[in-house]
Ligand binder design. Sequence first.
Ligand code: ZN
Length: 453
Amino acid sequence: MNTGDDRSLYSWGKRAHVSSIATNDHQQPPTKKMKMTIKPPPKPRLIKNHIRLYYSKYCPLGDICKLVTMNSRLKSPQFRDVGLQFINGFFRKKFNRISEDQLINYIKKDPPVNIHIGLCKTADIITLEDGSNERMITPPEFKGSAYEIKKKIPPKIDIRNDGYGNSIHFCGEKKELVFDIDLCDYDEYDIRHCDCRNKKILCDICWLLIEGVVEVLSYFMKDILGYKSLMWVFSGGKGIHCWINDQQALSLSEQERKNIVKLVTMNDDKTMLNRLTEPLNPLMKRLYDNRLEKLFIEEGLKKRDILNNKGFIDRIFKMLDMINTNLKSFLSKEWYSIDGTISSIDKWSKLVAIITNTKQRQQKQVNPCVFIVFRLLYPILDEQVTSSLSHLIKSPFSINSSSTRISIPLVENDIKTLKIEQLPTLQGFIKDNGKNDLFNNGITILKQWINKY
Ligand SMILES: [Zn+2]
């Protein structure tokens, strides 16, 4: 796998989806166990003609190109990292001296499965190892000899090796602040306890975690950091993307992006326990009081009844053990009654009552309720995705090669009421002749977001 054109994929780290595409046409033979049980539903497959029809007739390529060029110098795709990934896994990244129309025509002629977008650049110079052939793509103000151009490029230059023996010199100019949350990452931290755990699928209980992501990132980005221009995009797979397009966000350095990730990240139990000790930090207290507690009660307990799921109960008792309380002994008989006779809300009320009445909670400890709510709803962040300027993220309206679902921008306030079945697969979308309200609303959201700044 580490040869030829796949090499560029590996520079992105774990977000590469080579394997998921490569296995599409080669389904695994059934195991002995599978033969004895009900035959699993067939894995969704992408059909080339559907992809061609989608990009030629339905996909808002003009708006995607605007997204590509809106923050780049000269409004040209050649000053933005753009990558196209095809059904056979091939990935094309370089588009030299190409206009918006040419990019659209290229995509229509040879449609990819998905489009990836990265950094807006000032200049891009490729130098061969022996120095004999230097190719440059620069804006007009950088015209001149190679030596002169290098002198004119701002000193904050980033030099990387592209893996082909060439060094790429480029000056990053602007990039949206982006978050890419993937629920598969949650399994590493033992958070998902629905049937999707360790599988590449998504259910209504998983969607509760997406709602948690939106609450937490919306709080930090809007209420705390003051950003206004957030766009939420269903990833097409098992997650959600957040794009921030405020002018202040566009010019953040890698270090500044790292600092933002650091402000928000609490991926493991230990970090979370350390940051949630009583008295609760005002930053976290506001998040809990104003957003997360309500979400947990309304969406987790009342709507999804998650405390009648043994996996969640086991995990919560493990959390209680970490706080060194003997709460488990008070609760286990009642909580492990999971036949539905005791509702999740009643189970939760008993925990709250015990904590209140027996003063289990003490200073310098962690309130068990707060820890449970944060642990189950707080996002697992991937620092590299957000902080690295060279990282590419899938464009809205790309197709997920594994689920075959289309990546669609969503209205923040509608995310809580969204049903997974409403998110279209490519096959369903083509069958319905492109009639899908979420898809059409998504186009409006993207247009508004592009035109906001
Ligand atoms: Zn699930």
